[in-house]
Design a protein around this ligand. Structure first.
Ligand SMILES: NC(=O)c1ccc[n+]([C@@H]2O[C@H](COP(=O)([O-])OP(=O)(O)OC[C@H]3O[C@@H](n4cnc5c(N)ncnc54)[C@H](OP(=O)(O)O)[C@@H]3O)[C@@H](O)[C@H]2O)c1
Length: 339
């Protein structure tokens, strides 16, 4: 396999190159791409060092697969060029997700939408919050999904390296203030709308005229597309929290019928990609720290709504850089290229 990684020095790109080494691919060539400021850097993957280049016409020639994680504008311009050069483009941005011409894929859910390996195209990788939600909804959809409500608690790594650095800088300053009584000025928020240290911010992306954030609209629209339920009743409320990595979601799922506890448990226990945590002890449930660096989507605190027997509550946690981005992209590629 000859593979390109656009955004190779970013949060998602770095993890993608790490997990390439444990993939089924024999990588004979890796071309990492980033902005001009990273040109000349060397990145490690698959036991070798590879020089970082900036993008130029013809840079994808000879590649089988290009993984994109540099944002919407770069994907919009360069992913079609990768396909023209004969490669599959697995795109982590939002540029093509809702375009009906391109599949939006979570392999556990809708791998059947993937094209054969002889037909290179763009495959869109869903939003990180969408991925962990649909893996769970897919396990439960046999009970009839009537209504889905989800509140997210999203880690700063979801805003890339700059988001993580902003939290750490603010924490350092806050601790300096508290530790010594010095009047250190608080780091100005740049990535997030407000200070993220010791805070929660109900604002991810920009707002539409109805008051929805783009992150909320993405979860709603992408879930409907992946599950092929365009009229699914679904509502999302997204919040940035000062967790370093892994997104958490509290979900209320209402079914067409009353569902027994044993049915829910069995559906979650037997689904690929899910690690179900039964609450045998009060402290048995997933947390972002526990899920960080792990592949599965964790589900816990599963219980029936005491005011509506058709509704079940679930706590869903996954590493937004792994299953929410790089790992899902790699799994897409592995499905396409498996022989
Ligand atoms: N973080 C997540 O949880 C997550 C989850 C799902 C999807 N995504 C999506 O993945 C993409 C990347 O996210 P990230 O978190 O990895 O961001 P990031 O840490 O900010 O990394 C951005 C990457 O893009 C590169 N880049 C910037 N300008 C470029 C240019 N002109 N040409 C080529 N490369 C350029 C950067 O290179 P330099 O280092 O040279 O600046 C860096 O490698 C975004 O579309 C994001 O929405 C992120």
């Amino acid at each position: 396999m000859k593979i390109g990684v656009v955004g190779a020095t970013g949060m998602v790109g770095e993890v993608f190159m790490n997990i390439l080494a444990r993939s089924k691919f024999q990588v004979t060539e890796l071309r990492p791409f980033a902005s001009e400021k990273s040109e000349g850097l060397k990145v490690k993957s698959c036991g070798k060092e590879w020089p970082v280049q900036s993008l130029y016409d013809g840079c994808f020639n000879g590649l089988d697969l290009v993984f994109f994680s540099s944002g919407d504008d770069i994907s919009r311009e360069w992913a079609p060029k990768a396909v023209q050069a004969g490669a599959f483009a697995v795109d982590n941005s939002a540029a093509f997700r809702m375009n009906p011409d391109f599949p939006l894929v979570v392999p556990e859910v809708n791998a059947t939408r993937l094209p054969p390996r002889t037909q290179p195209t763009i495959i869109a990788n869903p939003n990180c919050s969408t991925i962990q939600l649909v893996v769970v909804l897919n396990a439960l959809k046999k009970f009839g999904l009537r209504d889905v409500r989800v509140a997210t608690y999203q880690a700063v790594s979801g805003a890339g390296k700059a988001g993580r650095e902003e939290l750490l800088a603010q924490l350092r300053e806050e601790l300096a203030i508290r530790g010594h009584g010095d009047s250190v000025p608080a780091a100005k928020p740049e990535v997030f709308a407000h200070e993220i240290a010791f805070n929660c911010i109900p604002h991810i992306g920009s707002f539409n005229e109805n008051g929805d954030c783009t992150e909320e609209t993405k979860i709603v629209n992408e879930t409907r597309k992946i599950l092929e339920q365009p009229k699914l009743k679904i509502s999302a409320f997204t919040v940035r929290v000062p967790a370093l990595n892994s997104h958490s979601e509290a979900a209320w799922v209402t079914f067409d019928r009353t569902v027994e506890r044993t049915e829910i448990m069995s559906a979650l226990e037997n689904e690929a990609g899910i690690a179900f945590i039964p609450q045998r002890q009060p402290r048995d449930y997933p947390t972002p720290r526990m899920a960080s660096g792990q592949d599965p989507v964790y589900v816990g605190r599963v219980h029936q709504d005491s005011s509506d027997p058709h509704t079940w509550l679930l706590w869903i946690v996954a590493d937004n850089i792994l299953k929410g981005a790089a790992l899902n992209g790699l799994q897409i590629a592995e499905r396409i290229f498996r022989t």
